[in-house]
Structures are given as C-alpha cells and as structure tokens.
Design a protein around this ligand. Structure first.
Ligand SMILES: [Ca+2]
Ligand SMILES: [Ca+2]
Length: 153
C-alpha cells in the first residue's frame, strides 16, 4: 500500500509504503505523518492522505493500482509561525545614547517572510527628534535583518 498526501509540501509520510503478505496481513503497521516545519505564517491547513493499493492478488485490485483502497484520512497541520516585526537593541550595543555621538543600535527583523514578491516597509522614528534621531534612512525595506542606529542630539 502506498500513501500520498494532497499537499506534499506540508507533511512527510514515513514509510511511504507498507507491504503485507499472507502471514502478517492482520498485523497493523504504523505510518507516521509529520508536519514540515516552515518559517512561513501560512496558517493551519488540512491535508488529505490517500492510499494506493497494488497486488498480484486480483481481489486486492490487481497490479495496476486501481482497485481496492483505504479511506482517505484528513490530518490537520497546525502552523506555529506568526508574521511580525522584531526590533531589539543589538547585543553589545550601548543601552543609552548621548549627546557626544554614542549610538544605540537596533536589530530590526521580520519574524516570518512576506509573500513572494511583496516587501515590508518599516518606518523608524523617534518620539522626540530634538533629543534622539534615527540616522539611518527613516524608512527601509525590511527583507532580512536590518540595523538602525539611534543617535543622541
Ligand atoms: Ca514553523
Ligand atoms: Ca508555517
């Protein structure tokens, strides 16, 4: 018997096939269905696992695989990714800026990739530009880790 999933990119099936004969036909064999761990916030999805049966015994459908089959099984794949933006002080960066040019460096990064072809525009501003300025471009396209330096005025 060969198992296949409706969305092969979301789950793995191991083993993909199991074999029974006249001696072990009544011994259940385990087939493990496991989620593929993506980094994409792609939501929960139901994957249908189907089966193909091939046997020289015509009562099981014959060797062309179009005969007996097992009922499809729906498996829910639970997503664990959340699209968002992280901005934290970079390790090793000073925690304060001063009026002599010391800078605080922020690491800005997305927590999940945007859809292919899309970009995420992150605008970084200070609540008091007279006291602290963002000396990188005020806006930048965040498609990976990015650094922003905050400088005292
Ligand atoms: Ca994941
Ligand atoms: Ca995911």
């Amino acid at each position: 018997m060969i198992a296949a999933a409706s969305d092969a990119g979301r789950v793995t099936i191991s083993p993909g096939q199991v074999v029974f004969d006249a001696d072990d036909w009544d011994v259940a064999q385990d087939v493990a269905i496991s989620a593929v761990d993506t980094v994409v916030d792609d939501g929960d999805v139901t994957v249908t696992v189907t089966h193909t049966v091939i046997s020289d015994d015509e009562r099981f459908g014959g060797s062309d695989g179009d005969g007996r089959t097992a009922a499809p099984v729906d498996v829910l794949v639970v997503n664990d990714d959340v699209a968002g933006i992280s901005a934290v002080v970079e390790a090793g960066s000073p925690l304060s800026t001063d009026e002599n040019g010391a800078t605080v460096v922020l690491d800005v990064v997305l927590t999940a990739p945007p859809a292919a072809g899309d970009v995420v525009l992150v605008t970084v501003t200070s609540t008091d530009e007279t006291e602290a300025t963002v000396n990188a471009a005020d806006s930048f396209l965040c498609v990976g880790a990015a650094l922003v330096r905050v400088m005292g005025v």
